[in-house]
Design a protein. Structure first.
Length: 450
């Protein structure tokens, strides 16, 4: 089966050119003039042809005390496809006492209903005599990135000695550590202080996670990673303070990468004032910040000191959020966004002149592929998987729960207008989305990374 995509502008992280793109079966066959006989021709006149999105940070079917996050791999991957995302990186979070490799096997089974290819960051949540060998076993099973939490200490967070051991082990084995960097103990103290004063609404959420609790954690983990010579990827960076520590480390030649999320770029902390039903959906961590933080993040994307944009997609329903109706500490943290990442970057980044189109492609596909070793993804080149997004810049949409595909009755971007939309999405050579319709349901596969 040969497909010819013609008439469009091919946009990669390094160039914009008008050329034909040819697909044979699952792979990109050629870019440029050729005389293959096409079984299907896609007219992409007036459109951009880009690599399918890679979302490096999603939580499908995540267990929490308020139930599972409301998208599973099937509904979440469908939502992602509608927004142009064709690869997901989710997480493996073991139970206490469970081995990392057992947790990885279990997680693979939970992901079999994904329509797109996927891989995982594996989370050591404790340090035992077996943890080092379990990390090594995961690396032999195709995992190269390990996620640690400095917050949520009562659940998955690590104490400093365990964090140190993970950085040392992963560094020695040639992997990478990704980190949720917030000062967990300080935040827990602040949360309990607010609760003791009777401040129990979502208003307390940003106030109990002030900017310095991220900045201090980022500074600390960068120092620990340097000491252990471990490559470090800092997830969901939200503050100007954190960025200054990251930029200093990068300037010093340390291997430190940073990710931010669309919500830190287009929303701010004014949303926490109001009734529970209107504010609980914004309870996600780190919290939304001030306009000056968003501006620092856009600047960092432009200067490429932030390399990737992930969504931290972790939706809940209002019913689930109500677990914390009388105590913000019990509100499940997270919000959906996998469907909106590219449209938000395009509208508020590219069209506002904050980033170029090629930079957008880099942060939403090429850089995640390079950083996390997805060798067949993230670019448009002969021999790579034909995961392709054909973007129509001439459409407008208003984000709404009434029209989104995420499995939740909440949307933190409700009412926000976006320009541009997916016209066609190809997953390994198969057209899956055509003008807003899901026309095929491919079977995603686990990607081994080495
Ligand atoms: Mn997190
Ligand atoms: Mn997360």
């Amino acid at each position: 089966m040969i497909t010819r995509i013609t008439g469009g502008k091919i946009v990669t992280a390094s160039s914009e050119i008008y050329a034909d793109l040819w697909i044979k079966d699952e792979q990109i066959l050629k870019i440029g003039e050729a005389d293959f006989i096409a079984d299907m021709v896609i007219d992409a006149t007036g459109k951009y042809i880009m690599p399918g999105g890679i979302d490096p940070h999603v939580h499908m079917h995540l267990p929490t005390p308020a139930g599972f996050s409301s998208d599973d791999f099937r509904s979440g991957s469908i939502a992602g496809l509608h927004g142009g995302t064709t690869t997901l990186i989710d997480f493996v979070t073991p139970e206490h006492g469970q081995s990392l490799i057992d947790a990885l096997d279990k997680r693979k089974n939970e992901a079999v209903n994904s329509l797109v290819d996927y891989t995982f960051h594996v989370s050591p949540i404790e340090w035992t005599e077996n943890t080092a060998s379990e990390i090594e076993a995961c690396m032999k099973a195709g995992i190269t990135s390990f996620k640690v939490y400095m917050a949520y200490k009562k659940a998955v967070g690590l104490e400093d000695d365990a964090l140190y051991n993970v950085l040392k082990t992963v560094g020695e084995l040639g992997g990478m550590v990704t980190v949720h960097a917030e000062m967990g103990d300080e935040i827990d103290l602040l949360r309990d202080e607010f609760a003791a004063k009777g401040i129990l609404s979502p208003t307390a959420h940003p106030q109990t996670r002030p900017n310095y609790t991220e900045g201090d954690a980022v500074k600390k983990v960068i120092e620990m990673a340097a000491e252990n010579n471990c490559p470090l990827y800092i997830v969901h960076v939200s503050t100007a303070e954190a960025m200054s520590h990251i930029q200093l480390a990068q300037k010093n030649g340390q291997k430190v990468w940073a990710e931010t999320c669309p919500h830190y770029l287009v929303l701010d902390d004014s949303v926490y004032e109001g009734e529970f039903a209107d504010t609980a959906k914004y309870v996600l961590s780190p919290p939304l910040r001030k306009h000056k933080d968003s501006e620092a993040l856009w600047q960092s994307l432009k200067s490429e000191s932030v390399q990737t944009v992930g969504t931290d997609h972790c939706p809940f329903t209002l019913e689930q959020k109500r677990a914390g109706e009388h105590d913000f500490r019990k509100i499940p943290n997270g919000a959906g966004g996998v469907e909106h990442r590219i449209a938000l970057l395009y509208t508020y980044g590219v069209l506002e002149g904050k980033i170029t189109l090629s930079q957008m492609v880099n942060m939403m596909a090429t850089a995640p592929a390079k950083i996390f070793g997805l060798d067949k993804k993230g670019d448009l080149r002969e021999g790579l998987d034909a995961d392709i997004l054909i973007w129509d810049p001439n459409t407008e949409q208003e984000i709404s729960v009434a029209t989104h595909h995420q499995n939740t009755d909440l949307n933190i971007y409700e009412g926000i207008n976006t320009k541009g939309a997916t016209a066609h999405v190809f997953v390994k050579g198969q057209e899956v989305i055509r003008y807003g319709e899901l026309i095929e349901k491919p079977k995603g596969e686990f990607i081994e990374r080495y």
